[in-house]
Design a binder for this molecule. Structure first.
Ligand code: GLA
Length: 408
């Protein structure tokens, strides 16, 4: 990185110098920040200064993770549009290391559709533009969820909950508008997220409570069925996923998911796959996951093209019951962590070879920006990903590169 930084600094200095001599109007900030890159926004004449004062430890010459696994599955990450600054380390890392992306927060209902008449398409438009330019795949996350969903969906102006008819219409309008806007551009949608509760049954969400058994056929997951039908009508070619957590560890929840999706497939509901979030921890058991995936993949008896996707992988260094904020990265711990990542990816290779899986997305790409630094314990320093907070590729990353080479 050193050579690159030197070149960056020289380029910045040259541009800054020419800007100073050309118009003599540089601000004190610009002069005080000689490490800044200068890019010109083609839309206007204002120079945009990108802060490059952080010295990242990313190795530009490292191999590409997605290329290493390309014979089995795509490898991706959640990210933010703030990562897409031309020439930044972040954007270079994304381009080189991953080939499928999802927005961490910017395409959730509260961000995209904060009030009934307001849609914000800028963020996902930006990701789609990036994906088109660099030949990447986009996952849309997420259309219907109980969390990060604005209240206006569920209440009228008087503050009373709306009727089932009104909520169904609002949901249909929401899904149709968003999915149509991205027809042919967003390849996969998480249509619904976390519709099952922790105890295995349906989550008691506002969607469930208000819409309930809408068609009177006895089952109470009609909002899910309507959501999938609506998304399919808006873009018949998009892959439609039902996404949830703990499917990799809870057999009860897996069986509930299996039974519900089986009924839906038999009724002709257009569901293409199940997303396993896979927010796992250091004590994760690969065998339980394999067992649960075998249960889910019995759905191939009904639809041979049915798949699973890994949608939000990260490996917390703390077990879920642990309340501490720091973990000592001893050699022994790091070895355990690296071996676990290898075992997980080896399992993904098996899933891919069995025809179950073609996409693995991680929930972030560096330890400095992971949700696990504040959840479930705030102020924690976690290390769940493949790069540290300084963008140094960790030994877990290298063990995955080695695994891919061995298995090729
Ligand atoms: C869930 C959601 C994601 C994200 C993660 C953690 O799994 O599906 O959108 O919010 O939690 O941040």
């Amino acid at each position: 990185m050193k050579m690159k930084q030197l070149l960056s600094a020289l380029l910045a200095f040259a541009l800054l110098f020419s800007a100073l001599t050309a118009c003599g109007s540089a601000t004190a900030d610009e002069v005080d920040n000689p490490g800044a890159d200068v890019a010109t926004d083609s839309g206007n004449d204002t120079a945009v200064y990108v802060d490059r004062t952080n010295i990242h430890a990313y190795d530009d010459d490292a191999p590409s993770l997605y290329e290493a696994f390309s014979q089995w599955f795509k490898v991706g990450t959640a990210m933010n549009t703030s990562d897409l600054v031309e020439g930044s380390d972040e954007m270079e890392i994304l381009i080189k290391q991953y080939n499928i992306f999802t927005l961490e927060n910017e395409s959730k209902p509260d961000a995209m559709h904060p009030s009934e008449d307001v849609y914000n398409f800028e963020a996902l438009d930006k990701l789609v533009e990036f994906a088109n330019e660099y030949d990447k795949t986009v996952r849309g996350h997420v259309l219907v969820w109980h969390s990060q969903c604005p209240d206006w969906f569920f209440y009228n102006d008087e503050g009373n909950t709306v009727s089932a008819d009104v909520l169904v219409e609002r949901m249909k309008e929401h899904i149709t508008t968003i999915v149509s806007h991205y027809k042919g551009e967003v390849d996969v949608w998480d249509v619904v997220n976390e519709v099952l509760g922790d105890s295995g049954g349906l989550r008691d969400s506002m969607w469930y409570q208000i819409i309930g058994d809408y068609d009177g056929d006895g089952d109470k997951y009609d909002f899910i069925e309507i959501a999938f039908q609506t998304a399919h009508e808006a873009d018949p070619d998009a892959r439609l996923i039902i996404n949830d957590y703990s499917l990799e560890s809870s057999e009860d929840k897996t069986i509930t998911m299996y039974m519900m999706v089986k009924n839906m497939l038999e009724e002709g509901i257009p569901i293409d796959g199940i997303g396993l979030q896979m927010h796992v921890d250091i004590n994760f058991d690969v065998e339980t996951c394999k067992n649960n995936v075998e249960i889910l993949m019995k759905l191939k008896d009904i639809d041979p093209d049915f798949v699973i996707e890994i949608t939000e992988l990260d490996v917390s260094c703390f077990s879920w019951s642990d309340q501490s904020t720091e973990v000592e990265l001893t050699d022994e711990f790091v070895e355990k962590f690296d071996n676990l990542y290898s075992d997980i990816f080896e399992m993904f290779i098996e899933f891919s070879e069995a025809g179950y899986l073609d996409s693995v997305v991680m929930w972030g790409y560096n330890d400095g920006a992971t949700w696990l630094n504040s959840y479930p314990v705030s102020g924690r320093t976690n290390h769940p990903l493949l790069m540290d907070s300084d963008y140094k590729l960790k030994s877990a990353y290298w063990s995955l590169i080695e695994l891919a080479a061995e298995k090729s």
